[in-house]
Design a protein around this ligand. Sequence first.
Ligand code: ADP
Length: 633
Amino acid sequence: MSATQAPERLEFKTELKQLLDLIIHSLYTKKEIFLRELISNAADAIDKVRFESLTNQDVLEGNGDWKIKLIPDETAGTLTIRDNGIGMSREQIVENLGTIAKSGTKAFMESLKAANAKDKPELIGQFGVGFYASFMVADRVTVVTRTAGKAEEGVKWESEGQGDYTIEQADKPTRGTDVILHLREDAKEFLGVWRLKEIVKKYSDFIDHPIVIDIEKKKEDVKSIEEEVINSRQAIWLRSKNEIKPEEYSAFYKQIARDFDEPLKTVHYEAQGMQEFRALMFIPSHRPMDWMMGPEKPSGLDLYVRRVLIQHECEELSPLWMRFVRGVVDSADLPLNVSRETLQHNPMLAKIQSNLVNRVLKTLEEMKTSENETYLKFHKEFGGLLKEGIGSDHGNRERLADLLLFESTKTKPGEYTTLAKYVESMPTDQKEIFFLIGDEREQIENSPYLESFKAKGQEVLLLTETIDEYLASLLRDYKGKQLKAVDKGEMEKDPSAEEKLKEAGERLKGALELLKKKLETDVKDVRLSSRLKESAAILVADDWGMTAHMERLMERMGRGAEMPDSKRVLELNPDHPVVAAIQKMAEKDVLDPRIESYGRLLLDQATIAEGSKIKDPAGFAKRVNALIENTNA
Ligand code: ADP
């Protein structure tokens, strides 16, 4: 053992001075992360000595009761973070706390510079800044440490973070490190036990060594101090799958998702090879409550690096459509102080993400084939997000499309078909996948739009979700078959129908021309079509026009004013007696006022059939009344 020496004063290396300056003077919000950094250092130090003790029991010094202790001292104004880890020798402390540590601090600096951190103080929360984060809350930091081995001497390191530090021999009877923070005036909040508990819960709950704090207890007027463990220590994702009980998964899920219900599905796996990471993901059984209250979170996955939380709700782990998945991903390969900036462009994370997406898709595919009930439940809650994914995740478009369920004219209410099944049972002469969008099944399943399809035995998908209009514009085709809205554009004509229409056009020319003129302000055109079997009239949109459903959606969103004026086409059924009756009137007297009146009645009928409101209900009533009076006369 060397003789006691006077404190030695040493200079920080230049880059370190810059870093300290940055941390103290510009990166000031989220100061609380200093604790995450110090706890994570303490946990690492314990891991190291624990590992060493496997081959050398001596390092234990009979003290293998691993623990990280937080000691707030109101009187002294200090907060101590104590560990019984590996400790540091004099050389190590100079190397570790006096220079830029090899492990990432430099990269951190560089990314800070690149991100122009002075303008973005909020970035600090995303960074791992290590030991130097202490200076955000302390104007003086003392480190008292001793390495394993009773013969070793203790070392005291101290600095005000101003460019130099002192180092001297110190009394340290036990192995490990005390980091003593002399808290700044504006950081006294970190003396509060509740505040400390809160920070530990937030950032370090899953550290698997106990983090303890002394709590004063009062029993029958007798005060006593008890050490309380304040982290749950459940790094459950690191444990082996077959050792974990279902109720443990469930408790963990409930904690992270703040949900009272069981998850619908748990996906827990370890990826090896190119990327080593563990993922514990949950598919909730219902949409999260907080989605109803505020903007939906872009991701439900937290990124950990070796048990240390790096990024809560990490967008880089989850494509937007997968935001319903909750859970934790713990990488063994990423550096601990990976920054927000580097997260964004990190190829490792991109690979992890695609691996996670693949797993989630696979889980859903399996659920769809073998757990029908569960899948139905999932689809009801989150099917809309899969539809959204079709627009944004091009690589997985087909897999997502295959996961969708649809009601159709051939399924009973509450039963579903898929695109694959639809295509499989398509008659050979059918080239397109037909669909009709509306608000509810009951409203559209008897729609006149479906008459000719029903007559031909062709299936039509019935879409009733708000997002379906969007889906229809994204999913233009499936396995080479175009998707076609039955209330849009012209019908696919077969030659015999064409012939019949031409003949009817001649026969009904008078009525058509008159109606076109009379209804000019309301519809784009009046034409005959083979679309109808029973009804007399129907309104259809152009291929590029807006359907009635879309118009109603826009109006509901308060965007009615933005809508282009999209008049629809009134199609008439050439075989309907009403159309023949109008033609007769036209042949007798083109000035007969009933022609316009009946034309308007047909338009009103068609408007009601498409689910819209008629423009002039009073006029409609008048016209109907006149009709009744006439019949009675
Ligand atoms: P990082 O943790 O990213 O390496 P830090 O600045 O936090 O960077 O710490 C630098 C080094 O100091 C650590 O790598 C470690 O070797 C040492 N160190 C820090 N805290 C402790 C501790 N409580 N016990 C032992 N060694 C520590």
